[in-house]
Write a protein that binds this ligand. Structure first.
Ligand SMILES: *[C@@H]1O[C@H](CO)[C@@H](O)[C@H](O)[C@H]1NC(C)=O
Ligand SMILES: *[C@@H]1O[C@H](CO)[C@@H](O)[C@H](O)[C@H]1NC(C)=O
Ligand SMILES: *[C@@H]1O[C@H](CO)[C@@H](O)[C@H](O)[C@H]1NC(C)=O
Ligand SMILES: *[C@@H]1O[C@H](CO)[C@@H](O)[C@H](O)[C@H]1NC(C)=O
Ligand SMILES: *[C@@H]1O[C@H](CO)[C@@H](O)[C@H](O)[C@H]1NC(C)=O
Ligand SMILES: *[C@@H]1O[C@H](CO)[C@@H](O)[C@H](O)[C@H]1NC(C)=O
Ligand SMILES: CC(=O)N[C@H]1CO[C@H](CO)[C@@H](O)[C@@H]1O
Length: 545
């Protein structure tokens, strides 16, 4: 943080504000300008290397001839040459761990085998590697995270996310940082540490009539929710995590602590660093504290379910509800297979269900608004030839109707045969294309003879396909991978995205490269280079060097 922008060579500053005359294609000079502008702006945040990399072409006057014919945004201008960017060897790693131990205390560092195993692998993941972290570090404060980062940087030791450490670095576990730092009910915000889980936050502030309206897995911690820009069934009404971030405290790779902004709900002061860190999957900084915007708990809820003969009819009805302005709080789809799974697991909400594609619709607001919304939803469903439409009158009926949706994932896990795994993947497409892609995904997975089901956040054009496979059966595993790749390609063909809410991580790096231009990924890599020149934070995730 120490380098003032004024230390950028004057020629660079001059150039950043005036377009260089260029004989090369317009695109090249455009991208180059962006490169300079971002580089200079980051001069304040990053160290001298970035500025050097940025200013090199600038120092040569008469720049135009130097403008390369292809876009510069390839992130080849690395601050630290790739060859020099060597990670710590085993011995240096252990020295770094010992140093971190000295800095933040013995109890905060674990090399216990069980701990390493738990943090290096997950039954849920289709991207597990054999590598395990060398240590798990449990800092208790932002200062301790900073001290750890500082120690790691000196020895070039990587920090990796729970539960995947392909580089055998250190796993930083923030679950000990779970305090509510300050609650401002009148401002409708709360400052929390990154290791707090959202369910406890919600319980704790209940009496205020406020809540954080995201609902990912109940075990999710706030820091991870920001780092993955998480969603959930409430996203249709409330948006995603990034909409609830007011400001962040982030520890950078060199231990520098940044606070992204002040606490008002709105600001137009400077760049949107919240947006930079939200969804960055731990690759740009370690989020330690978050100020969260809160929403008002609606006075009433209701739930309806509606069945259809085909998945396409159900998906089309869902799009029509959104397009028709029906104020739904959540709009979820489960296909006939998924409904069968629920029944096979003994039903849900004290009943068995029709094994038909089913929409689960949630409403919230005042009683009158809800009554009206249910009516509107029913009309749309009927105009799309629904087989049934059921709405709840009591809280009990509400829970019962929603229960099948709530239990979908657990039911899938419960009924899967011994030795099989579930490949759960997601894509999102523009709303009107949802019916097309869901139908096609089902056909393709079924053609492989594999058990697969669909579960969709259809209100957002986002759906998950869960395919059961045997990971020890290589041809089958390959077939599932091909199937997922085809689904990603189809989503892109429909102008969709390769990941609606699961992120890129390790498993979808090759998909990201299909969705975004090399120059777009180049911009992302340049940001990475600026903030983490040695690639110490969650290396190998999102994209490779
Ligand atoms: C780390 O991942 C493991 C494996 O999935 C999980 O059991 C554990 O709760 C996670 N810990 C944190 C702090 O997220
Ligand atoms: C948000 O999701 C949670 C968990 O599914 C649910 O209990 C809650 O009612 C939802 N909130 C709203 C306002 O829809
Ligand atoms: C949330 O965190 C609290 C302690 O901070 C813990 O007791 C509780 O089990 C956690 N809840 C879930 C669902 O992980
Ligand atoms: C957000 O900004 C306020 C006001 O500057 C500050 O007190 C608070 O610590 C910041 N919170 C975070 C998480 O950075
Ligand atoms: C977060 O998710 C929302 C909706 O899924 C998306 O519009 C937004 O671009 C995402 N933000 C980031 C920073 O990834
Ligand atoms: C299904 O397979 C067909 C034929 O290979 C392909 O054209 C289509 O894009 C695939 N659809 C999905 C959703 O994968
Ligand atoms: C309004 C709301 O969604 N409240 C929920 C917050 O989280 C707790 C714990 O899961 C739930 O009990 C509340 O219903």
């Amino acid at each position: 943080m120490s380098l003032p922008v004024s230390s950028v060579p004057p020629s660079a500053r001059r150039l950043a504000s005036t377009a260089p005359p260029s004989r090369s294609p317009a695109a090249a000079s455009d991208t180059r300008l962006v490169y300079l502008a971002v580089g200079v702006a980051l001069g304040g945040a990053a160290a001298a290397g970035v500025v050097a990399a940025v200013s090199r072409p600038v120092e040569q006057e008469g720049v135009a001839a130097e403008v390369p014919p292809t876009p510069r945004w390839r992130a080849t201008e690395s601050r630290v040459a790739k060859s020099a960017r060597r990670y710590a060897d085993r011995q240096t790693t252990l020295q770094a761990v010992a140093e971190i131990r000295r800095a933040i205390g013995d109890d905060a560092v674990s090399t216990d085998d069980g701990d390493l195993e738990e943090h290096g692998h997950s039954e849920w993941s289709t991207s597990n590697t054999d590598a395990r972290p060398v240590a798990v570090v449990r800092p208790a404060s932002t200062e301790q995270v900073s001290a750890s980062a500082h120690g790691a940087l000196r020895r070039r030791l990587q920090f990796e996310g729970n539960f995947s450490a392909p580089f055998s670095g250190v796993c930083v576990d923030l679950s000990a940082m779970d305090r509510i730092v300050a609650f401002h009910p009148d401002d409708m915000d709360v400052v929390v540490e990154a290791g707090l889980n959202w369910t406890r936050l919600n319980e704790t502030i209940k009496s205020s009539g406020l809540f954080l309206p995201l609902d990912p897995s109940p075990t999710a911690l706030v820091g991870g929710m920001v780092a993955t820009n998480c969603s959930g069934t409430n996203a249709t009404k409330y948006g995603t995590m990034k909409d609830y971030v007011v400001n962040l405290t982030v520890v950078l790779a060199d231990g520098t602590v940044v606070r992204t902004r002040n606490r008002p709900r709105k600001t137009s002061a400077g760049y949107n660093l919240n947006g930079l860190f939200a969804g960055s999957e731990g690759t740009l900084g370690i989020i330690t504290q978050v100020t969260l915007k809160l929403a008002i708990v609606p006075p009433a809820f209701s739930v309806a379910t509606s069945t259809f003969a085909t998945v396409r009819e159900a998906a089309d009805a869902a799009s029509a509800m959104v397009r028709g302005g029906v104020p739904v709080a959540a709009l979820e789809l489960m296909d006939d297979v998924q409904m069968k799974v629920v029944n096979k697991n003994g039903g849900a909400g004290g009943r068995m269900w029709d094994e038909l594609p089913t929409l689960f619709i949630k409403f919230s607001g005042t009683e009158n608004i809800i009554k009206d919304s249910v009516l509107q939803a029913r009309r749309v469903a009927e105009s799309h030839k629904c087989r049934s439409f059921e709405s709840a009158d009591t809280a009990e009926q509400m829970d019962s109707l929603w229960s099948a949706r709530k239990q979908a994932l657990w039911a899938s896990l419960a009924i899967r045969p011994e030795g099989t795994q579930i490949w759960s993947t997601d894509v999102a497409v523009p709303l009107s294309r949802l019916g097309d892609i869901i139908e096609s995904s089902r056909e393709n997975a079924s053609r492989l003879g594999l058990f697969n089901s669909i579960l969709g956040h259809v209100g957002d054009g986002n759906f998950h396909q869960m395919i059961m496979y045997n990971p020890t059966d290589a041809p089958q595993t390959r077939a599932v991978g091909d199937c997922v790749n085809a689904m990603v390609d189809k989503a892109l063909e429909l102008e969709g995205t390769v990941s609606g809410e699961h992120g890129i991580g390790l498993g979808k790096k090759h998909c990201l490269a299909k969705e975004l231009d090399p120059s777009t990924i180049g911009v992302m890599k340049a940001l990475k280079e600026a903030l983490d020149p040695h690639w110490l934070l969650n290396p190998g995730k999102v994209f490779d060097e």
